[in-house]
Design a protein around this ligand. Structure first.
Ligand code: ZN
Length: 684
């Protein structure tokens, strides 16, 4: 029966081209039936030993994760009505099974007994950390609840899973539902040719056969490759306002309104936390805390705004005395051009995706001693644009592989960029005598697609995003941990997860790396030194505003998950407004519904954890500082430091506490100085 269902295929990468939405329900039905039997057998025979309880749990979790993980992946990259429907039907079963396992008393007792028995001292540090995580997870799954509480808790979990999926679907639908077709060249005045080409291509795809970059029509959307360049460059203020308002109110009203979902999600999370004995959801999910220095950022952000106003006045702009939110990106770009004498659009021709990949892979080889080889066609993919690569050790032995899905596809692909695991490293779960099962990663971006037969020409922001996701990928792929439950990014406390990713971003500003990852699309010449110097000088431009924006998101997230009582007057938006009053330099628009598309905290894993970006930035800046101290141009020193980074941060992953891992790399605990220095916010 299950043999024919491609979702249940074992010992292979997912056969993507054979998977249809119609396979989901029956695959999940068969899988859960199989796993329920396994779970029951385990409960009957469970032993308080590593082999007797943890090993079977590892196999169980892996099987569920590989099938359901593939479905979740496709929801992100190949979303469709049929897949959604199948997902909605299958999800409650998966949630129920996960709860049954998490709440299993025989398993919990076995883990507790193991923790207190003489067997404990025979476990190594990694195994101990895994058992401790399993015990904590069981508590957070409600193993200690009585019958009545447990049934309420389970209902909450099912409902939360459903609401989160619906939240993400609404964001996707609202993005897809909005478009603006412009037909008059004056309406596109000021916009870069790359945007006009993309929007003309989009217009042709939707039936405007004659659409051309020069004469239109142009079809604009709310996905980043359209939205950002338009806000930064379009001269027509009324159109900037229109698209900005559409963006900020996305999924905030009408058919795809997320506002009621937000209230429900927050109320259920709070109730869940209370059932588990915590005062708030933030308390439930906070592992460690850091109070960043907000004062410096607020002052710097006010200065940023004042300089934009002064500059707009200097240019004689009508709106100078009355800068609105939709003017900020535009004037920030103009001032940047004036101050640093270059435009971000000038950089784009230097970053064709194939060259950027070459540069990224060359850097990876220099730093970590591994090479990356294209292996297109050697794995099945879900879209023709998706590429497949293998990662080889210095000896030429394959250690990992990854998929790269680079381009924006607003109709079927979730926005943003992410890394996810396709296969996790494990020694025990290795098949066919391969010794160790090699990790495989998904790297997903939403960068500018190729236009008119040219390769994708990337903005510098898209380049740093690719480096970021690749950094996550490296931690997943270069792990040396053999235990599946702590290998790669698994079991890493979420406030340290952004360390390797943000660390990699630093290299985009490194001169030698830049020379390797840039080559002009027409001339092949690398980014000229003069342009590089400008880019580097502009690095700290608006750092105060950027920092403030991230802090505003973090504080809003924490306020919603800590102090806010769902049902309070004004609702979640009033909380957002209160936080904004303290942390934003311009007042929010009345119709601001940013929370309705804040997928990190309502549709993803960052609830009460958004601040981890800021915290991990402290770690990543300080980690990069180790390379600066060693000498960025000293090849041997960089190699040595890179190897140390590989053997600690990348190799140890979730097998030790993040503080221990960081200290092993840096020789001391983290220091905030490097971040403030890189952002230009340091007082010295
Ligand atoms: Zn990240």
């Amino acid at each position: 029966m299950s043999q024919e269902n491609p979702l249940l295929a074992r010992n292979s990468l997912p056969p993507f081209s054979a998977i249809r939405p119609g396979h989901v329900e029956s695959a999940v039905g068969d899988l859960i039936a199989e796993l329920r039997e396994t779970l029951q057998a385990l409960e009957e025979n469970v032993q308080p030993t590593w082999e007797g309880v943890v090993v079977p749990l590892e196999a169980l979790g892996d099987r569920l994760g590989s099938v359901w993980g593939t479905v979740g992946h496709l929801m992100g990259v190949q979303n469709s009505d049929a897949l959604r429907e199948a997902f909605e039907h299958a999800q409650p079963e998966v949630v129920r099974f996960a709860l049954a396992q998490g709440q299993s008393r025989p398993i919990y007792r076995a883990l507790e007994t193991l923790h207190g028995s003489e067997n404990w001292s025979a476990l190594d540090a990694v195994q101990k950390r895994i058992v401790e995580s399993l015990l904590r997870e069981a508590k957070h799954s409600g193993v200690g609840l009585d019958e009545a509480e447990r049934s309420r808790f389970n209902a909450i979990q099912e409902e939360l899973a459903r609401l989160t999926t619906e939240f993400n679907n609404h964001v996707l639908d609202a993005t897809r539902a909005w478009s603006l077709v412009l037909g008059d060249p004056s309406e596109m005045e000021g916009t870069p040719s790359s945007l006009r080409e993309l929007c003309a291509q989009r217009a042709r795809e939707s039936g405007e056969a004659d659409a051309s970059p020069e004469t239109g029509p142009w079809k604009l959307g709310l996905d980043a490759p359209c939205l950002i360049p338009f806000l930064e460059h379009a001269v027509r203020r009324d159109l900037r306002e229109k698209i900005y308002r559409a963006y900020l109110s996305k999924a905030g009203s009408g058919e795809f309104d997320n506002s009621p979902l937000i209230e429900k999600i927050l109320a259920l999370r709070r109730e869940e936390a209370r059932l588990l004995g915590y005062a708030s959801y933030a308390e439930l999910s906070l592992a460690s805390k850091m109070a960043p220095d907000v004062g410096a950022s607020i002052d710097a952000a006010h200065e940023d705004l004042a300089s934009l106003q002064a500059f707009a006045a200097h240019c004689g702009a009508d709106e100078a005395g009355d800068l609105q939110l939709w003017d900020i990106a535009f004037w920030a770009q103009r001032l940047r051009e004036e101050r640093y004498a270059y435009s971000e659009e000038e950089l784009r021709p230097y970053f064709p995706l194939p060259r950027v990949l070459d540069g990224l892979f060359a850097l990876t080889r220099r730093l970590f001693g591994v090479s990356v080889q294209a292996a297109d066609g050697q794995a099945d993919v879900w879209h023709p644009d998706v590429r497949f690569f293998r990662v080889l050790d210095a000896t030429g032995e394959e250690v990992a592989a990854f998929f790269l899905d680079p381009y924006s596809r607003p109709g079927e692909k979730r926005g943003g960029a992410w890394m996810d695991e396709c296969v996790g490293r494990s020694r025990r779960l290795a098949e066919n005598g391969e010794g160790v099962r090699k990790p495989v990663a998904y790297l997903v971006c939403n960068q500018s697609p190729p236009v008119d037969g040219q390769p994708s020409l990337m903005s510098f922001g898209e380049v740093t995003t690719l480096f970021h996701e690749f950094g996550h990928g490296l931690q997943h792929m270069l792990t040396r941990v053999d235990e599946a439950m702590a290998s790669g990014i698994r079991n890493v406390e979420w406030d340290a997860v952004e360390l390797p990713s943000q660390f990699m971003e630093n290299w985009c500003y490194h001169r030698a790396t830049m020379a390797e990852l840039s080559a002009h699309i027409d001339t092949g010449e690398p980014l000229p030194d003069a342009l590089y110097q400008k880019l580097d000088a502009a690095r700290t431009y608006r750092a105060g505003s950027d920092m403030l924006r991230q802090l505003y998101f973090s504080f809003t997230d924490l306020a919603l998950h800590h102090e806010y009582q769902p049902g309070e007057a004004g609702g979640a938006f009033a909380v957002q407004r209160r936080v904004a009053e303290r942390n934003a330099v311009l007042p929010l628009l009345d119709e601001d519904r940013f929370l309705c598309s804040f997928g990190h905290i309502f549709g993803g894993g960052y609830a009460a954890g958004y601040y981890s970006y800021k915290w991990a930035e402290v770690l990543s800046a300080d980690a990069f500082g180790a390379f600066e101290e060693a000498g960025l141009e000293d090849v041997a020193a960089v190699e040595q430091t890179g190897l140390r980074f590989r053997e600690t941060v990348l190799a140890l992953g979730g097998s030790r506490s993040p503080m221990e891992v960081f200290t092993a790399f840096r020789g001391r605990e983290p220091d905030v100085e490097a971040l403030l220095r890189h952002s230009g916010l340091s007082e010295t």
